[in-house]
Design a protein around this ligand. Structure first.
Ligand SMILES: Cc1cc2nc3c(=O)[nH]c(=O)nc-3n(C[C@H](O)[C@H](O)[C@H](O)COP(=O)(O)O)c2cc1C
Length: 208
């Protein structure tokens, strides 16, 4: 069964990015009723700390050394996490903007799954190669400010360029962004922004 992998990255109950994802998924289910939707809530599922055996496993692989037993066991957990993502036909990431970037849990997830021999390959002579197959991916980014033009009152959105680059590094370049914002401040602009984003997301879902 084809699969949509949804990485849900807001810890809020009344989350704007999660609500946007719901608008998207409702329409997606109508368009593709036979698809499996695998939701990973990165705040509810436990992510290993990136230290000790799992960290040393990365350096062992980068240095061309065999894993120790402890490193192999630690790496197996990461492999399962990465596989869940790698085997998806479509990807949806819904996330808040936190301090101009992404929440630390989402960064932790990338730090865990961006691994040599798993999601990228390194060749000392030729450089880096992505190992994942490209697939349509949508990122819903909710922010208190309005970053539709890439800037908000002189402040820069560093979440979108980071996500675009890290996904491209592992092979996923077919990425579209749906920005939800402003979500803070006066009620009317926030309502209009939410409605516009949900309309856009429903449209995107119909052809996704
Ligand atoms: C820790 C933290 C940092 C934030 N940093 C920013 C920021 O840099 N820029 C911004 O526009 N909004 C910022 N916000 C506001 C959130 O982006 C906004 O509330 C958004 O709706 C959160 O998405 P969510 O509702 O899906 O959780 C921040 C909120 C929190 C909790």
């Amino acid at each position: 069964m084809p699969k949509l992998f949804h990485l849900r990255c807001s810890p809020r109950a009344a989350s704007e990015s999660s609500e946007g994802a719901e608008a998207f998924v409702t329409r997606f289910r109508q368009a593709r009723p036979d698809w499996e939707i695998d939701v990973m809530d990165i705040w509810r599922e436990s992510l290993p700390e990136f230290q000790g055996d799992v960290l040393e496993a990365k350096y062992a692989r980068l240095g061309g050394r065999e894993f120790s037993d402890a490193q192999r066991n630690a790496f197996a957990v990461i492999e399962r996490m990465a596989m869940r993502f790698a085997l998806a036909d479509r990807v949806l990431i819904s996330t808040p903007m936190w301090n101009f970037g992404i929440p630390y849990k989402l960064k932790q997830w990338f730090d865990l799954i961006v691994q040599p021999g798993l999601t990228f390959r390194f060749d000392p002579a030729q450089g880096y190669f992505p190992l994942l197959k490209n697939r349509p991916t949508i990122v819903i980014l909710a922010s208190g400010g309005d970053f539709v033009t890439g800037m908000n009152r002189g402040r820069i959105d560093m979440a979108s360029p980071y996500l675009r680059e890290i996904l491209r590094f592992i092979g996923i370049s077919d990425v579209r962004f749906a920005l939800v914002g402003p979500t803070a401040g006066p009620a009317e602009p926030a309502r209009l922004a939410r409605e516009a984003a949900h309309r856009l997301l429903a449209e995107m879902a119909a052809g996704f």
